[in-house]
Design a protein around this ligand. Structure first.
Ligand code: SF4
Ligand code: SF4
Length: 333
């Protein structure tokens, strides 16, 4: 039976804390969105990890803590942070590039870490390594196998660009073989290196390319028992537009203390909050949240302002479709 994807609306009371604990990384992926000028080069201390997490702990709500970098396993205190996050009531995920530094598999446990997420941008070295680096595929796959053997729940993130869209269907047998439980298909955004460099090969796929491929692959993976999540991107005319900045609680924390509510804004100094002296301070003046309530015919206001090339118009200047919030997901499986 063919499964159908459902749109996952923003759930009141659910919070996602995306915690970039450093920006250092051993890799140099072509689409990396880390922007050290805007996000800092610091590595947070053990005390800061603990104090900053506590700012977002709320036992009344379901809260997800996602540790990111850079490469978060480069931080020697990540095992401490994972354990502390669990004690504070978070559901804990680490997003790794697959190198798993500092013996992370041995120094933490599936009791504290709910999901270990790996990034892979191809089903083989020939597709993945030109994007993520020489030898990355083999290292990542070997470490997925080690993690699964040790009882960790493993998820995988695939960032779709023109360079690897065609190879996406071949991910399904690989995911099944590796016993990956969740598959996240991301769309390459305009943030970071992909936006700054004139790199057409790695550029965003078109609306038609996305619609022709991604839902079908998601359905194939779901039929193998894998839970698949992918961004909604395009809204049908009868679908409601909602901005996560107003309807949900997402926080994107960077080591220089900037805290954003919208990931599209991360390349600009318009963060809604800043962590100062271990306090979460609301920024005054024009910030990202000044824009969230603006109603535009194109859907997401930040997408219209920052990546207008993604929108198509008819001859009267009416948008052909609206762009959803980049945080709105489809789920299947
Ligand atoms: S692994 Fe992540 S942080 Fe490191 S270069 Fe690649 S995209 Fe950037
Ligand atoms: S991506 Fe657009 S709709 Fe989503 S939070 Fe940002 S501004 Fe709001």
């Amino acid at each position: 039976m063919k499964s159908t994807a459902r749109t996952v609306g923003f759930k009141p009371g659910e919070r996602n804390i995306f915690f970039h604990i450093l920006t250092a990384c051993n890799l140099a992926c072509r689409h990396c969105y880390i922007n050290r000028e805007q996000h800092g080069i610091q590595q947070l201390s053990k005390e800061q990890l603990e104090q900053w997490m506590a700012l977002f702990a709320d036992p009344e709500k379901t809260s997800n803590m996602i540790f990111l970098g850079g490469e978060p396993t480069l931080h020697p205190d990540l095992p401490f942070a994972i354990r502390r996050a669990k004690e504070l009531g978070f559901c804990v995920t680490v997003d790794s590039n697959g190198y798993l530094f500092n013996a992370i598999l041995q120094r933490t446990s599936p009791r504290f870490l709910d999901f270990l997420s790996f990034s892979l941008d191809g089903p083989d070295p020939a597709t993945n390594d030109p994007i993520r680096g020489e030898g990355v595929f083999d290292t990542c796959v070997a470490n997925i196998e080690r993690a699964v053997k040790l009882g960790y729940n493993v998820s995988l993130i695939y960032t779709v660009s023109r360079k690897n869209l065609e190879a996406l269907p071949q991910m399904v047998p690989l995911l099944e073989h590796l016993q990956v439980k969740k598959f996240f298909i991301q769309v390459l955004g305009l943030r970071g290196k992909s936006a700054r460099a004139d790199d057409q090969e790695i550029a965003q796929v078109s609306r038609q390319q996305w619609l022709d491929t991604v839902p079908a692959v998601a359905s194939m993976a779901a039929q193998k028992g894998i839970h698949v999540t992918y961004p909604k991107v395009f809204l049908a005319s009868d679908e409601k537009f909602e901005c996560a900045g107003l309807a949900a609680e997402n926080f994107f924390i960077f080591p220089n203390g900037r805290v954003y509510r919208c990931p599209l804004c991360e390349d600009h100094p318009i963060n809604a909050y800043t962590i100062e002296d271990n306090r979460l301070v609301k920024n005054k003046g024009l910030a990202e949240d000044s824009f969230f309530s603006l109603n535009v015919a194109e859907g997401c206001v930040m997408n219209k302002l920052l990546q207008p090339d993604t929108i198509e118009y008819d001859e009267k200047g009416t948008p052909l479709y609206r762009i959803s919030c980049c945080l709105l997901k489809q789920e299947i499986g």
